[in-house]
Design a protein around this ligand. Sequence first.
Ligand SMILES: Nc1ncnc2c1ncn2[C@@H]1O[C@H](COP(=O)(O)OP(=O)(O)OP(=O)(O)O)[C@@H](O)[C@H]1O
Length: 347
Amino acid sequence: MTTTTAAAAAVELRDVEKEFPGGARAVDGVTLSVEAGTVFGVVGHSGAGKSTLLRLVNGLEEPTAGSVLLDGHDLSSLGERRLRPIRREIGMIFQQFNLFRSRTVLGNVLYPLRLAGMDRAAARARAEETLDFVGLAGHGKRYPEQLSGGQRQRVGIARALATRPKVLLCDEATSALDPQTTGEVLALLRRVNRELGVTILLITHEMEVVRTLCDRVAVMEHGKVVESGEVYEVFARPRHATTAAFVRTAQRSEPDAALLEQLSARHPGRLVTLPVVDGSPALDGLSRLLRVHGVDFTFVHGGVAEVRGRPLGSVTLELRGEATAVEAVVAGLAGLAVPGRAEAGAR
Ligand SMILES: Nc1ncnc2c1ncn2[C@@H]1O[C@H](COP(=O)(O)OP(=O)(O)OP(=O)(O)O)[C@@H](O)[C@H]1O
């Protein structure tokens, strides 16, 4: 069946399963929808099924059950002839860049254009325009091995974008890059989304990538989506233990047990950790409680970062004062706990 509706998602998976011969069920009943013009991240540990999911979307694998739809078209219902133009709507970039080593930078970007039948002069103009967009104007005659990792990924992005796809699939696109280069490539991908309107579906094991780039995220484990939602909400109120562990890798403001021990050794007062979440009353409530009970404090750890333009983090304070007054502040803070998240912790 082919469904086409005006508001079709750019990519949609409905109850998709992929079982390999020999029994491995790499994707196990996944349903998700990537709205056109958005950036959607799939995060998970190695073996969770992310690569298989991406291969199902680009048609390299066929689902054993369920359906994959691109722009409302169910891939399994289309023959090769009708599939071809739909595949052209998809570009892909890879962790190891997958460039042709024997071709120049320009040659790499020309390749999909010539394959699509564009004449030489038009293809060259389009390739140069795309290289300019990714910041590699003037590098066309160089070979991949003469470039840095970040530049190679830019070539990969230019090659994927040359044919003006509507959707870009990213397979661990920054995992082989250092942090600064990762930041530059993520900034470029953000421009691809915002300026060109390209929908991005990426897989990653790095929550930092999700935080920087994605609008929505799905967390995969053992082939299933265990949690999904809008990125800020997932960071602020993770519901599944795996999600919470991923969020901690990108949100280092909350002290772990070992750090708390060190902090306690240095700060004899009572330590409390308060989550800072958009709309949470904890910090306002804290200053009122401290005033009312005459308790003094020092910031000893933590910080607040922006996630999708909203504040998120935690602060750890040392409270000092009369034991009963400190107790009253701690009790008052417990009443201000953020719904769905760890209580204001005290020890
Ligand atoms: N062609 C295949 N044949 C058999 N099993 C496979 C095949 N491809 C993947 N698998 C299995 O499916 C599961 C999911 O693999 P997949 O590569 O999709 O996970 P992943 O989350 O992308 O992990 P990684 O980041 O390590 O690539 C794994 O158990 C893997 O061994």
